[in-house]
Design a protein around this ligand. Structure first.
Ligand code: ADP
Length: 645
């Protein structure tokens, strides 16, 4: 059993305990002081700071973290794990670091960036600095919010990328140059110069300059001049022959500008390959020269007028107006017109009216009177229209001198009138002659017939013969004169053309010929014929002549005649076909001439006037007559008469 302590022993023990307590109290205070220091430091470190447990729980969070995360300590400490606020794309590597740090604190990086999704669902870009608290599995992480910087950086990158894309995809070649070297260029440049970026940027700019330009100027002088102008603030654009990487020369157009980048001045050159444009320009120039030549060599005068002023004219104009270019170009068009036109109207008034019409797009053809530079006047045919050249409206006047044509027309008119008069005279003469000759001839005929009648067989043989010749001659002459009278009557005694039924016409003609038809046993077939404007009596005469000829000039065969009519639109084509002796080709045109006969009258009686009467009748009706025939194969006489059924 233990011995009860003495009082002194107890006092000593108490003293010892008190001393121990005092010692502990001081340690406790030391601890408390330290904790307070760390706590203050923790709370006011300036960065959002948390303590992370081994199981990823956030056991402590300071004020900054509360702000960053958007929640109070009571909702953070012991309530959330750090994985709750990390962007899921960043989770994997951070979890890996978490574990690694606890196995080997030096193996995990002490700081890295990650994206936090806070309570307010905002993305925050964070730089995290983390370390293990020695002797524990806890870590202390300090999070610095770099969102603003990050966003600014991203925006900058984005706009840089945008400009780079623009730069690269520009359809023009863009080159940035420093004093004497290229510092950047876009893809188009490489395509145009045919080299890689490295080759281009490493090359001396002068590699791309041919030594001289076509005008003999050194390329360097031209480039330096342009750089100077750009430095003065201008944007010089100029055409220059340039070289590709392989040395081939091409036509280019360059624009120089001075640009400032990062406070430094650079030369920006935009280069365009204008080979195609140059070729087009050349083709155009050639084309223009060709048209100029055509314009100059045109037989007609061509004048271009703008705003009443002559702006261009060709060589033919100078010839026609008997002036020089200076006397015409730049002058008002009405200076070359007399005050009045052909019809007595004022030139200026008429011109105004015509211009209005031409402006509506009409092409005008008119007769116009002009004054030459020497003051002489001439009449012309004027073609007038508007044309658009380079967006501007011009009047184009084509002038043809018709003085000669007008004189010729005048002459022609006179001749026609004269011819008409002499024709009328002739017809009158033929009519009067044949008419007046009839009477004495009738007397001669009747007296020689009387002589024959009374003295036949009473005088000698010769006298009988002579008297019989005289009788024959007189009666032939009578027939000739009768036919001549008929011929001249076609023109002088013609009636008006009135709707005429040709079926009736032909029946009339056939009835006149009934005796001949019967005697010759002729077959006559008639198609249905039209009713068109005609002179009835003359048409009876026409058919009568043609059918009687068709019977008269029959062959050994029984005469067979066909009369037909075909409508040809504005006129009718009539035909009278026979199976007679036909006509030799060489006489085909002669038979329509007055008194022309192919046979003597003992074989085929006649005067040779029948077909000329037919021709005259057809022509008086506005038609045409001709024949198609071959000897012993019959003939077909064709004629046309205008008219619609
Ligand atoms: P004519 O019959 O009085 O001689 P025409 O003027 O009627 O005078 O004819 C002129 C000539 O044309 C005739 O002499 C004849 O030789 C020829 N001729 C006219 N019609 C026919 C016909 N149907 N067949 C063959 N020859 C014809």
């Amino acid at each position: 059993m233990a011995k009860k302590p003495t009082y002194l022993e107890l006092v000593k023990k108490i003293d010892q305990l008190e001393k121990k307590c005092a010692k502990y109290a001081s340690v406790d205070e030391q601890y408390r002081n330290a904790e307070s220091i760390y706590h203050t430091f923790f709370e006011n470190s300036g960065a959002a700071t948390i303590i992370v447990e081994d199981d990823m729980t956030v056991s402590f969070a300071n004020k900054q973290f509360e702000n960053l995360y958007g929640a109070g300590k009571q909702d953070i400490e012991g309530k959330i794990k750090w994985t709750d606020f990390v962007h899921k794309e960043d989770l994997e590597f951070m979890q890996h670091y978490h574990i690694l740090r606890r196995i080997d604190p030096d193996a995990a990086p002490d700081h890295y960036e990650f994206r936090m999704i806070n309570r307010l669902k905002q993305i925050k870009y964070i730089v995290n600095t983390e370390a293990i608290i020695p002797g524990t599995k806890k870590s202390i992480a300090s999070l610095i919010d770099i969102t603003d910087r990050k966003l600014a950086e991203e925006a900058l990158n984005e706009s840089e990328a945008k400009f780079r894309t623009l730069f690269e995809s520009a359809s023009d070649t863009i080159i940035l140059a420093d004093r004497d070297r290229f510092i950047d260029c876009n893809q188009k440049t490489l395509d145009m110069f045919g080299c890689s970026r490295e080759e281009f940027l490493a090359a001396n700019p002068q590699k791309f300059w041919p030594e001289f330009q076509p005008d003999g100027k050194p390329t360097s002088a031209l480039v330096i001049e342009a750089i100077k102008s750009a430095l003065r603030g201008d944007t010089p654009t100029f055409e220059i022959k340039y070289c590709r990487y392989d040395g081939t020369i091409f036509d280019s157009e360059m624009t120089f500008t001075i640009v400032k980048l990062g406070g430094k001045k650079y030369l920006q050159a935009i280069v365009r390959d204008i080979t195609e444009r140059k070729t087009t320009e050349m083709v155009l120039k050639e084309g223009e020269a060709k048209y100029r030549a055509l314009f100059e060599l045109a037989i007609d005068t061509i004048i271009l007028i703008n705003n009443e002023t002559i702006v261009d004219c060709n060589f033919a104009t100078l010839k026609l107006f008997r002036g020089t270019r200076d006397q015409l170009i730049g002058h008002k068009s009405w200076e070359f017109m007399p005050e009045f036109q052909l019809d007595g109207l004022l030139s200026k008034d008429m011109a105004k009216e015509k211009i209005q019409k031409a402006l509506k797009g009409e092409t005008l053809f008119l007769e116009w009177r002009f004054i030459r530079c020497d003051g002489s006047i001439f009449d012309a045919e004027l073609t007038f229209n508007t044309i658009t050249l380079k967006g501007e409206k011009y009047f184009q006047a084509i002038i043809r001198d018709i003085t000669e044509r007008k004189q010729a027309a005048e002459q022609m008119k006179k001749l026609t009138q004269e011819l008409e008069r002499s024709n009328t005279d002739l017809a009158q003469f033929a009519y009067v002659a044949s008419h007046d000759l009839q009477e004495p001839l009738r007397m001669v005929t009747s007296f020689v017939q009387l002589l024959q009648h009374r003295y036949q067989g009473k005088l000698d043989k010769n006298a009988d013969e002579f008297i019989s010749y005289a009788v024959d001659g007189a009666s032939h002459m009578q027939r000739l004169i009768n036919d001549l009278l008929k011929y001249s009557r076609v023109g002088t005694h013609g009636k008006n053309l009135e709707p005429t039924n040709f079926n009736i016409v032909i029946n009339h003609a056939l009835s006149n010929l009934s005796k001949t038809i019967k005697e010759n046993n002729a077959i006559i077939n008639i198609d249905h014929l039209p009713t068109i404007p005609a002179d009835y009596t003359q048409l009876v005469q026409l058919f009568q002549n043609l059918i009687s000829n068709a019977i008269k000039y029959h062959s050994k065969k029984q005469p067979e005649i066909l009369v037909k009519a075909i409508n040809k639109g504005d006129f009718w084509l009539f035909s009278v076909r026979d199976n007679g002796i036909g006509i030799d080709k060489e006489y085909i045109d002669k038979i329509f001439i007055i008194f022309q006969r192919l046979h003597n009258k003992s074989k085929y009686p006649g005067t040779g006037i029948g077909l000329s009467i037919c021709k005259k009748i057809v022509e008086r009706h506005g038609g045409r007559i001709w024949v198609e025939s071959k000897p012993s194969q019959g003939s077909t006489f064709y004629f046309t008469i205008p008219g619609k059924q």
